[in-house]
Design a protein around this ligand. Structure first.
Ligand SMILES: [Fe+2]
Length: 368
């Protein structure tokens, strides 16, 4: 079994595993989805993929989330759970949820246009009429999309249709020097879209997503789809957010047992902080968790500065402030309200379950 810890340790922040037998499962997955979708063709075959209509793709997406979900979880668990144990330990609280990542087709005009997206009832739309699956994915990093639930989010991605260049191929941004958050803006309606300029300054790789390969990415992996959508694409993914920081031991090899020597909560939190400070110099992902620890200690200034360090650009102070508060609220930056950034904020009382802040509390509990 390949060790997926390299995913977090590498500068690329993505990993392809071609050593499993996952390819064997694809026919089973397709017939399972088809059973509930009124589709009879084997759409993993290129000539049949091309025939998938927008309606078919929409149905596939719905079926994956509903009727086929339970069986899909059974199929995917053996490819996921052993890795979770190895990287996140035995105390991880998680639920495997399989989602479909589908794309239909679009014209060259769509590929080349500048489009401003918009929100209706907290849902992002690319267009007033056409569904989002009929547009390329904008360049972004998932940390914020995942409600800032931690840098060590692990995204498993399984492409089912052929990985073709003209089939909305997934692309990964390669960090130039060190990893971090790339310049982003909401100028085009998408809250954390990597700016055009920043996209130009890095190179983009097309990973080998040949069906059967399992691809992994983290909350920091810059990704987008290429702009050519001539053939539909169907992939499934599973996102896992660590509910505690046992990965400090499992991935980085440090012991957390010292935390128990602290005589109160803030002493314990400080011990954890002192474990992360030196680690975060080399493993910059951990700057995110360090920032959350400062925040829990009530040190907003250092929380902001640390999160600012994770950014590969000078981030606007107001956005930074919202981002810091988002970490205990399980929210995206733009969802944080002025009310929430009030002086009355009770640092340890406002922690939402399964937020990054909660994962740190859980770590203290587990090691007390
Ligand atoms: Fe994403």
């Amino acid at each position: 079994m390949k060790n997926y810890k390299d995913l977090f340790l590498s500068k690329d922040q993505y990993l392809i595993d071609s050593s499993t037998d996952f390819k064997r499962k694809i026919p089973e997955i397709i017939s399972l989805i088809n059973k509930y979708s009124d589709i009879t063709s084997d759409w993993s075959k290129i000539e049949k993929t091309s025939q998938l209509t927008e309606k078919n793709l929409d149905k596939i997406q719905k079926v994956v989330s509903n009727e086929a979900q339970k069986d899909l979880v059974s199929i995917f668990s053996p490819y996921i759970e052993p890795h979770l144990k190895k990287l996140f330990g035995n105390n991880l609280k998680y639920k495997i949820r399989v989602s479909a990542q589908v794309k239909s087709c679009w014209t060259d005009k769509v590929s080349n246009e500048k489009r401003k997206g918009f929100f209706v009832d907290k849902v992002f739309f690319e267009d007033k009429k056409k569904p989002n699956i009929a547009f390329p994915t904008r360049a972004h990093q998932d940390l914020d999309n995942n409600g800032n639930r931690g840098s060590h989010t692990m995204i498993f991605y399984f492409q089912l249709t052929q990985a073709l260049q003209n089939s909305s191929a997934l692309e990964f941004g390669i960090f130039n020097d060190q990893i971090g958050i790339l310049p982003f803006s909401s100028l085009w309606g998408y809250p954390n879209e990597i700016t055009e300029n920043a996209q130009k300054k890095i190179s983009w790789a097309t990973p080998d997503l040949t069906p059967g390969n399992i691809m992994l990415m983290t909350g920091l992996t810059p990704h987008r789809s290429n702009k050519i959508g001539q053939v539909p694409r169907v992939a499934l993914n599973v996102k896992i957010q660590p509910s505690n920081l046992s990965y400090l031991n499992k991935i980085y090899g440090v012991s957390l047992s010292n935390i128990s020597s602290g005589s109160n909560f803030s002493e314990k939190l400080n011990i954890l902080k002192n474990i992360i400070v030196p680690l975060s110099k080399k493993h910059r992902l951990l700057l995110y968790e360090l920032s959350v620890i400062y925040f829990l200690l009530g040190d907003v200034q250092n929380a902001k500065q640390t999160l600012g360090d994770l950014c590969l650009f000078n981030i606007d102070n107001k956005i930074l402030e919202k981002w810091v508060y988002a970490s205990t609220l399980k929210k995206r930056m733009y969802q944080v309200t002025e009310d929430e950034i009030s002086k009355e904020f009770k640092f340890l009382k406002n922690i939402v379950p399964f937020s990054s802040g909660d994962a740190i509390l859980e770590t203290i509990k587990l090691n007390s």
